[in-house]
Design a protein around this ligand. Structure first.
Ligand code: SF4
Length: 376
């Protein structure tokens, strides 16, 4: 028996290694029909890994298939306008991923698709675990991944009890994950450990009795699955009120404003924020120009058009939309302001709650509560 909190020694003499048991299980129970596995090209694996960074497989599948239908090759993605990429991404959240994907596609179109870990790491939006997953899955090279699911498996199996967000813990997890990684069948092993985390070693109530590595799993042996991996206690999510203008012309077009490249919903089109956006003049995208009408008197409660609630990563947005005064001059369209007709909304990169709000316009307004990750 290991000391609590120390990785349990692998029982090489008695059981096959961790990786051998996991690969045996994967051959029968793993996921072999994910769309990015057929064909498993570097381009498709890369796009899927970026999508999977913050989003579950079940959600990613539909987005991935639509994205591939729209941008079947690296060249087509690199040549597309950023708006088209953001539009295809809308709803997946964490929009910086789409901006980085587009920037990386342009870099690869010019210099070629990398085939080393170091070159993948040099691309925007590709961190250590993503680069490792690409090398393993697209090139079958041994590489150690450590996404959220794998952290949970390793922390439990090795009995690592320190908070999972700490840098020292992540180093320990990497050391263990590296020791578990086999020298061959890298693509299968990488998929196998992700599948184990997603389908067996669940966050709550893991299915330990059907787990191939339960025999030497510290959390299982010591009945600590509920407490591992340990997390910092998070403070309650703060509320943040945000006010928007509802500006609609007689022909039905609605005024939308492009958000600054960084920050919440970066680069997406949104109802204009009444209190304005913090604009960074260094940003590459055209940013929201001052709307003279923002100088209008603050909206009165009688101008309320509707409300929505939306959970972002670090706060709960309490959105309230106000009808612009009928006698205010209509803002003129610019690079960062557009009057969009309803049939154009579908092809415009809109944050999910704003799309829902627009879709519901003209209908009785209701509180909406949605969760995606629109930040950064
Ligand atoms: S035995 Fe249970 S806790 Fe341990 S790795 Fe398997 S599913 Fe996770």
């Amino acid at each position: 028996m290991s000391l609590a909190g120390d990785p349990i020694p692998r029982s090489e003499g008695e059981d096959p290694p961790f990786s051998a048991r996991l690969l045996d299980w994967f051959d029968t129970h793993g996921r072999h029909n994910l769309p990015w596995q057929h064909p498993r090209t570097p381009y498709r694996v890369w796009v899927s890994e970026i999508m999977l960074q913050q989003t579950q497989v079940s959600t990613v599948i539909g987005y991935f298939e639509r994205f591939m239908a729209r941008f079947p090759s690296l060249e087509e993605l690199a040549a597309a306008p950023l708006d088209a990429v953001l539009s295809a991404w809308a709803g997946l959240g964490y929009y910086a991923r789409a901006r980085h994907l587009h920037a990386a596609a342009k870099a690869m179109a010019a210099r070629g698709i990398p085939d080393t870990l170091a070159h993948w790491l040099a691309l925007p939006g590709v961190g250590a675990s993503t680069a490792a997953a690409i090398m393993a899955q697209a090139f079958d090279q041994p590489a150690t991944i450590l996404d959220g699911n794998v952290k949970r498996v390793v922390a439990r199996h090795a009995g690592i009890g320190s908070p999972i967000e700490q840098a020292a813990t992540i180093h320990r997890l990497y050391d263990c994950a590296r020791a578990y990684t086999p020298p061959n069948r890298s693509a299968d092993y990488t998929q196998a450990i992700m599948d184990l985390g997603a389908t067996v070693c669940l966050r709550s109530q893991p299915h330990c009795l059907r787990c191939p590595v339960a025999g030497d799993c510290v959390a299982f042996i010591e009945q600590r699955t509920a407490e591992l991996p340990a997390r910092r206690v998070r403070p309650p999510v703060p509320l943040r009120p945000v006010r928007f203008w509802w500006w609609q012309r007689a022909d039905g077009r609605v005024l939308l404003e492009r958000r600054p490249a960084s920050g919440i919903w970066g680069g997406l089109w949104c109802l204009p924020e009444i209190d304005g956006l913090r604009v960074n003049p260094q940003e590459a995208l055209p940013t929201a120009v001052p709307i003279p009408e923002r100088m209008l008197p603050p909206p009165r409660p009688s101008q309320s058009h509707g409300r929505f609630a939306h959970r972002l990563t670090h706060f709960l947005m309490q959105g309230e939309v106000f009808t612009a005064p009928a006698d205010a001059p209509l803002p003129v369209a610019t690079d960062a302001l557009r009057w969009l007709a309803p049939h154009e909304w579908a092809d415009t990169g809109l944050p999910k709650p704003i799309r829902h709000y627009l879709d519901a316009q003209g209908m009785p307004l209701r509180e909406t509560s949605m969760h995606d990750h629109g930040s950064l």
